[in-house]
Write a protein that binds this ligand. Structure first.
Ligand code: SF4
Length: 319
Protein backbone atom coordinates (compact mmCIF):
# COMPACT_ATOMS: atom_id res chain seq x y z
CA UNK A 1 0.00 0.00 0.00
CA UNK A 2 1.39 3.42 -0.98
CA UNK A 3 1.41 5.74 2.02
CA UNK A 4 0.38 9.35 1.62
CA UNK A 5 2.77 12.24 2.17
CA UNK A 6 2.39 13.98 5.52
CA UNK A 7 5.02 16.61 4.70
CA UNK A 8 5.87 18.02 1.26
CA UNK A 9 8.71 20.50 0.91
CA UNK A 10 9.14 22.38 -2.36
CA UNK A 11 11.99 24.73 -3.26
CA UNK A 12 12.22 25.78 0.39
CA UNK A 13 14.55 28.69 1.08
CA UNK A 14 15.53 30.39 4.28
CA UNK A 15 17.92 33.32 3.99
CA UNK A 16 19.17 35.58 6.76
CA UNK A 17 20.40 39.11 6.17
CA UNK A 18 23.82 39.60 7.75
CA UNK A 19 25.25 43.09 7.62
CA UNK A 20 24.39 45.55 4.86
CA UNK A 21 24.98 43.58 1.70
CA UNK A 22 25.42 40.01 2.79
CA UNK A 23 22.90 37.16 2.75
CA UNK A 24 23.37 33.89 4.56
CA UNK A 25 21.64 31.22 2.49
CA UNK A 26 21.01 28.66 5.25
CA UNK A 27 18.51 26.67 3.18
CA UNK A 28 18.70 27.31 -0.53
CA UNK A 29 15.92 25.51 -2.36
CA UNK A 30 15.35 22.00 -1.01
CA UNK A 31 12.70 19.49 -2.09
CA UNK A 32 11.54 16.35 -0.31
CA UNK A 33 8.49 14.52 1.05
CA UNK A 34 7.97 12.60 4.26
CA UNK A 35 5.36 9.86 4.19
CA UNK A 36 2.99 9.22 7.05
CA UNK A 37 4.68 6.94 9.60
CA UNK A 38 8.08 7.32 7.97
CA UNK A 39 11.40 8.57 9.35
CA UNK A 40 13.43 10.78 7.07
CA UNK A 41 16.99 11.26 8.26
CA UNK A 42 18.71 14.54 7.42
CA UNK A 43 22.49 14.55 7.66
CA UNK A 44 25.40 16.85 6.90
CA UNK A 45 28.21 18.71 8.62
CA UNK A 46 27.34 21.49 11.05
CA UNK A 47 26.26 24.65 9.27
CA UNK A 48 24.74 22.74 6.32
CA UNK A 49 21.26 24.07 7.10
CA UNK A 50 19.60 20.92 8.42
CA UNK A 51 18.41 22.47 11.70
CA UNK A 52 17.20 25.64 9.95
CA UNK A 53 15.36 23.42 7.47
CA UNK A 54 13.61 21.51 10.31
CA UNK A 55 12.61 24.71 12.10
CA UNK A 56 11.35 26.36 8.92
CA UNK A 57 9.14 23.35 8.21
CA UNK A 58 7.64 23.77 11.69
CA UNK A 59 6.99 27.45 11.00
CA UNK A 60 9.45 28.55 13.73
CA UNK A 61 11.17 30.54 10.97
CA UNK A 62 9.29 32.24 8.16
CA UNK A 63 10.42 30.79 4.83
CA UNK A 64 12.09 33.20 2.41
CA UNK A 65 10.56 31.30 -0.50
CA UNK A 66 8.99 27.96 -1.35
CA UNK A 67 6.43 25.80 0.38
CA UNK A 68 6.16 23.32 3.23
CA UNK A 69 2.87 21.44 3.16
CA UNK A 70 1.34 19.52 6.04
CA UNK A 71 -1.42 17.15 4.86
CA UNK A 72 -1.49 18.91 1.51
CA UNK A 73 -1.80 22.47 2.82
CA UNK A 74 0.96 25.08 2.80
CA UNK A 75 1.78 25.86 6.45
CA UNK A 76 2.73 29.45 5.55
CA UNK A 77 -0.82 30.22 4.44
CA UNK A 78 -2.57 28.70 7.48
CA UNK A 79 -5.24 30.84 9.15
CA UNK A 80 -5.19 31.36 12.93
CA UNK A 81 -7.10 28.16 13.76
CA UNK A 82 -5.08 26.05 11.34
CA UNK A 83 -1.87 27.45 12.84
CA UNK A 84 -3.01 26.51 16.34
CA UNK A 85 -3.93 23.01 15.19
CA UNK A 86 -0.57 22.66 13.44
CA UNK A 87 1.35 23.60 16.60
CA UNK A 88 -0.42 20.65 18.25
CA UNK A 89 0.26 18.23 15.44
CA UNK A 90 3.92 19.17 14.83
CA UNK A 91 6.45 19.16 17.65
CA UNK A 92 10.20 19.31 18.17
CA UNK A 93 12.71 17.45 20.34
CA UNK A 94 15.81 19.56 20.96
CA UNK A 95 19.49 18.66 20.91
CA UNK A 96 20.37 19.78 24.42
CA UNK A 97 17.82 18.32 26.82
CA UNK A 98 19.17 20.35 29.72
CA UNK A 99 19.05 23.78 28.07
CA UNK A 100 15.55 23.12 26.74
CA UNK A 101 13.99 22.19 30.12
CA UNK A 102 13.08 24.99 32.54
CA UNK A 103 15.18 24.26 35.66
CA UNK A 104 12.58 25.87 37.97
CA UNK A 105 9.69 23.69 36.85
CA UNK A 106 8.94 20.17 38.00
CA UNK A 107 8.98 17.48 35.35
CA UNK A 108 5.18 17.12 35.62
CA UNK A 109 4.72 20.84 34.93
CA UNK A 110 7.20 20.76 32.03
CA UNK A 111 5.26 17.92 30.42
CA UNK A 112 1.91 19.50 31.33
CA UNK A 113 2.73 22.93 29.85
CA UNK A 114 1.57 22.07 26.33
CA UNK A 115 -1.52 20.30 27.71
CA UNK A 116 -2.44 23.52 29.58
CA UNK A 117 -1.79 25.81 26.61
CA UNK A 118 -4.05 23.74 24.39
CA UNK A 119 -6.51 22.92 27.19
CA UNK A 120 -6.65 19.26 26.19
CA UNK A 121 -6.87 17.63 29.65
CA UNK A 122 -7.81 19.16 32.99
CA UNK A 123 -7.57 18.16 36.70
CA UNK A 124 -7.34 14.42 37.27
CA UNK A 125 -7.24 13.69 33.54
CA UNK A 126 -4.26 16.01 33.13
CA UNK A 127 -2.33 14.23 35.87
CA UNK A 128 -3.25 10.83 34.45
CA UNK A 129 -2.01 11.91 31.05
CA UNK A 130 1.32 13.07 32.54
CA UNK A 131 1.78 9.72 34.32
CA UNK A 132 0.97 7.85 31.11
CA UNK A 133 3.56 9.90 29.25
CA UNK A 134 6.23 9.33 31.91
CA UNK A 135 5.54 5.64 31.63
CA UNK A 136 5.65 5.72 27.86
CA UNK A 137 9.20 7.13 27.88
CA UNK A 138 10.49 4.72 30.54
CA UNK A 139 10.16 6.96 33.62
CA UNK A 140 7.68 6.67 36.48
CA UNK A 141 5.18 8.88 38.32
CA UNK A 142 7.63 9.68 41.15
CA UNK A 143 9.84 11.39 38.59
CA UNK A 144 7.05 13.91 37.95
CA UNK A 145 7.68 15.83 41.18
CA UNK A 146 11.42 16.20 40.61
CA UNK A 147 13.41 18.93 38.82
CA UNK A 148 15.50 18.54 35.62
CA UNK A 149 18.87 18.79 37.42
CA UNK A 150 18.07 15.57 39.30
CA UNK A 151 18.24 13.53 36.08
CA UNK A 152 20.97 12.16 33.82
CA UNK A 153 21.34 13.39 30.21
CA UNK A 154 19.48 10.36 28.82
CA UNK A 155 16.63 10.77 31.31
CA UNK A 156 16.37 14.48 30.51
CA UNK A 157 16.00 13.63 26.85
CA UNK A 158 13.22 11.21 27.82
CA UNK A 159 11.49 14.16 29.56
CA UNK A 160 11.94 16.22 26.37
CA UNK A 161 10.34 13.39 24.39
CA UNK A 162 7.41 13.13 26.86
CA UNK A 163 6.88 16.90 26.55
CA UNK A 164 6.81 16.64 22.75
CA UNK A 165 4.28 13.79 22.94
CA UNK A 166 2.00 15.49 25.48
CA UNK A 167 -0.40 16.99 22.96
CA UNK A 168 -0.57 13.95 20.70
CA UNK A 169 1.46 15.14 17.71
CA UNK A 170 1.65 13.34 14.37
CA UNK A 171 4.94 14.83 13.19
CA UNK A 172 8.10 15.39 15.24
CA UNK A 173 11.31 17.11 14.20
CA UNK A 174 14.04 15.36 16.18
CA UNK A 175 16.78 18.00 16.08
CA UNK A 176 20.01 16.13 16.85
CA UNK A 177 18.34 14.49 19.86
CA UNK A 178 21.29 12.22 20.64
CA UNK A 179 24.32 14.42 19.83
CA UNK A 180 24.71 15.67 23.42
CA UNK A 181 24.41 12.17 24.94
CA UNK A 182 27.02 9.55 25.79
CA UNK A 183 27.42 6.92 23.09
CA UNK A 184 26.12 4.25 25.47
CA UNK A 185 22.87 6.20 25.94
CA UNK A 186 22.37 7.18 22.30
CA UNK A 187 21.12 3.76 21.20
CA UNK A 188 18.62 3.67 24.08
CA UNK A 189 17.08 6.98 23.03
CA UNK A 190 16.98 5.97 19.37
CA UNK A 191 15.33 2.66 20.29
CA UNK A 192 12.79 4.53 22.41
CA UNK A 193 11.95 6.80 19.46
CA UNK A 194 11.51 3.75 17.18
CA UNK A 195 9.31 2.08 19.78
CA UNK A 196 7.14 5.20 20.17
CA UNK A 197 6.82 5.50 16.41
CA UNK A 198 5.53 1.92 16.20
CA UNK A 199 3.08 2.44 19.05
CA UNK A 200 1.79 5.88 18.09
CA UNK A 201 2.24 5.96 14.29
CA UNK A 202 4.51 9.01 14.46
CA UNK A 203 6.32 10.59 11.52
CA UNK A 204 9.87 11.88 12.13
CA UNK A 205 12.35 14.21 10.54
CA UNK A 206 15.51 12.99 12.27
CA UNK A 207 18.36 15.48 12.06
CA UNK A 208 21.86 14.26 12.90
CA UNK A 209 25.47 14.25 11.89
CA UNK A 210 26.10 10.71 13.15
CA UNK A 211 25.60 8.68 10.01
CA UNK A 212 25.52 5.28 11.64
CA UNK A 213 22.66 6.16 14.03
CA UNK A 214 20.71 7.82 11.23
CA UNK A 215 20.82 4.61 9.25
CA UNK A 216 19.43 2.66 12.18
CA UNK A 217 16.32 4.83 12.57
CA UNK A 218 15.64 6.19 9.06
CA UNK A 219 13.62 4.73 6.19
CA UNK A 220 15.18 7.27 3.84
CA UNK A 221 18.12 9.64 4.27
CA UNK A 222 18.80 13.06 2.76
CA UNK A 223 22.31 14.53 2.66
CA UNK A 224 22.62 18.30 2.88
CA UNK A 225 25.59 20.52 2.06
CA UNK A 226 25.62 24.31 2.35
CA UNK A 227 21.84 24.66 2.29
CA UNK A 228 21.31 22.24 -0.60
CA UNK A 229 20.06 18.67 -0.74
CA UNK A 230 22.81 16.69 -2.48
CA UNK A 231 21.36 13.18 -2.36
CA UNK A 232 18.22 11.43 -1.12
CA UNK A 233 17.48 7.71 -1.17
CA UNK A 234 16.34 4.81 1.01
CA UNK A 235 18.78 4.13 3.86
CA UNK A 236 19.83 0.83 2.33
CA UNK A 237 20.42 2.29 -1.14
CA UNK A 238 22.25 5.38 0.15
CA UNK A 239 24.62 3.42 2.36
CA UNK A 240 25.29 0.66 -0.16
CA UNK A 241 25.41 2.67 -3.37
CA UNK A 242 26.04 6.37 -2.70
CA UNK A 243 26.30 8.39 -5.93
CA UNK A 244 27.17 11.95 -4.90
CA UNK A 245 30.90 12.63 -4.25
CA UNK A 246 30.01 14.33 -0.94
CA UNK A 247 27.92 11.39 0.31
CA UNK A 248 30.71 9.02 -0.69
CA UNK A 249 33.19 11.06 1.36
CA UNK A 250 30.91 11.19 4.40
CA UNK A 251 30.20 7.48 4.29
CA UNK A 252 33.82 6.51 3.73
CA UNK A 253 34.63 7.72 7.23
CA UNK A 254 32.24 5.41 9.10
CA UNK A 255 33.19 1.82 9.92
CA UNK A 256 31.26 -0.95 8.12
CA UNK A 257 30.56 -4.34 9.68
CA UNK A 258 30.14 -6.12 6.31
CA UNK A 259 33.70 -7.07 5.20
CA UNK A 260 32.72 -7.19 1.49
CA UNK A 261 31.32 -3.65 1.54
CA UNK A 262 34.18 -2.47 3.71
CA UNK A 263 36.72 -3.72 1.15
CA UNK A 264 34.91 -1.92 -1.65
CA UNK A 265 34.88 1.40 0.20
CA UNK A 266 38.04 3.52 0.34
CA UNK A 267 38.47 6.34 2.86
CA UNK A 268 38.01 9.68 1.08
CA UNK A 269 39.52 12.66 2.85
CA UNK A 270 37.77 15.92 2.08
CA UNK A 271 40.17 18.76 1.35
CA UNK A 272 39.58 22.21 2.83
CA UNK A 273 36.81 23.58 5.00
CA UNK A 274 33.10 23.96 4.35
CA UNK A 275 32.87 27.36 2.54
CA UNK A 276 30.82 30.15 4.10
CA UNK A 277 27.10 30.13 3.32
CA UNK A 278 27.25 33.95 3.14
CA UNK A 279 26.98 35.13 -0.49
CA UNK A 280 27.89 31.66 -1.87
CA UNK A 281 29.44 31.30 -5.32
CA UNK A 282 27.27 30.20 -8.25
CA UNK A 283 27.30 26.60 -9.48
CA UNK A 284 27.62 23.47 -7.37
CA UNK A 285 28.15 24.35 -3.70
CA UNK A 286 30.49 21.39 -3.31
CA UNK A 287 32.76 22.39 -6.23
CA UNK A 288 35.52 23.87 -4.05
CA UNK A 289 36.08 20.53 -2.33
CA UNK A 290 35.18 18.12 -5.10
CA UNK A 291 38.00 16.33 -6.90
CA UNK A 292 35.73 15.70 -9.91
CA UNK A 293 34.74 19.37 -10.38
CA UNK A 294 34.63 20.50 -14.02
CA UNK A 295 34.06 23.92 -15.58
CA UNK A 296 30.30 23.47 -15.68
CA UNK A 297 30.25 22.74 -11.92
CA UNK A 298 31.45 26.27 -11.14
CA UNK A 299 28.91 27.88 -13.45
CA UNK A 300 25.71 25.88 -13.24
CA UNK A 301 23.95 24.56 -10.18
CA UNK A 302 23.22 20.85 -10.79
CA UNK A 303 19.55 19.89 -10.77
CA UNK A 304 18.29 17.63 -8.00
CA UNK A 305 16.93 14.79 -10.09
CA UNK A 306 15.82 11.16 -9.86
CA UNK A 307 18.68 9.03 -11.18
CA UNK A 308 17.25 5.66 -10.14
CA UNK A 309 13.86 4.86 -8.71
CA UNK A 310 13.47 6.95 -5.53
CA UNK A 311 17.15 7.89 -5.61
CA UNK A 312 17.73 11.63 -6.15
CA UNK A 313 21.10 13.29 -6.72
CA UNK A 314 22.34 16.80 -7.49
CA UNK A 315 25.56 16.33 -9.48
CA UNK A 316 26.59 17.01 -13.07
CA UNK A 317 28.37 13.65 -13.11
CA UNK A 318 25.19 11.65 -12.46
CA UNK A 319 22.79 11.25 -15.37
FE1 SF4 B 1 31.50 17.56 -7.92
FE2 SF4 B 1 30.57 18.81 -10.08
FE3 SF4 B 1 29.17 16.85 -8.98
FE4 SF4 B 1 29.41 19.19 -7.75
S1 SF4 B 1 28.39 18.81 -9.70
S2 SF4 B 1 29.61 17.19 -6.83
S3 SF4 B 1 31.49 19.75 -8.26
S4 SF4 B 1 31.17 16.68 -9.96
Amino acid sequence: MVKENLIEVRNLKKYFKVGKNATLKAVDGVDFNIKKGETLGLVGESGCGKTTCGRTILGLYKATDGEAKFKGKNIYSFNKNEKKEFTKKAQIIFQDPYASLNPRMTVADIIGEGIDIHGIYKGEERLKRIYTLLNLVGLNREHGSRFPHEFSGGQRQRIGIARALAIEPEFIVCDEPISALDVSIQAQVVNLLIDLQNKLGLTYLFIAHDLSMVRHISDRVGVMYLGNMMELASSKELYEDPLHPYTKALLSSIPIADPKLSKKRKRIVLEGEVPSPINPKPGCKFAERCKYAKEICRKEKPKFKEIKEDHFVACHLCN
